[in-house]
Design a protein around this ligand. Structure first.
Ligand code: SF4
Length: 93
């Protein structure tokens, strides 16, 4: 039997944050594991670009807290995610 993969995007510990760039009214979206389970080799916390969140897959994670039914959530998420890193503005258009 093959073990199901864990999609971090469907875990309550996976959150989206705003990261401000050099201009204070501009920001990009990043995802982070609230439990700091994503780390670089250096041990530093790793954040990922929001548009890649559906690719954050763990073979196992004891802290996975399912936030909803996986399917069709992941399928819909993949359709709705931006296709590249986007810069957002806090200013009204
Ligand atoms: S707790 Fe585990 S499954 Fe949840 S976001 Fe962090 S690494 Fe992913």
């Amino acid at each position: 039997m093959t073990k199901e993969k864990i999609f971090c995007a469907n875990c309550k510990n996976c959150t989206v944050i705003r990261q401000h760039e050099s201009e204070p009214d501009k920001y990009v979206l990043r995802v982070k594991c609230q439990l700091r389970k994503w780390v670089k080799r250096s041990g530093e916390e790793k954040l990922y670009k929001y548009f890649t969140v559906a690719r954050r897959i763990m073979d196992e994670c004891e802290d996975y807290v399912e936030s909803g039914e996986l399917f069709p959530y992941i399928k819909n998420l993949r359709k709705e995610l931006p296709i590249k890193d986007e810069i957002y503005s806090t200013k009204e258009q």
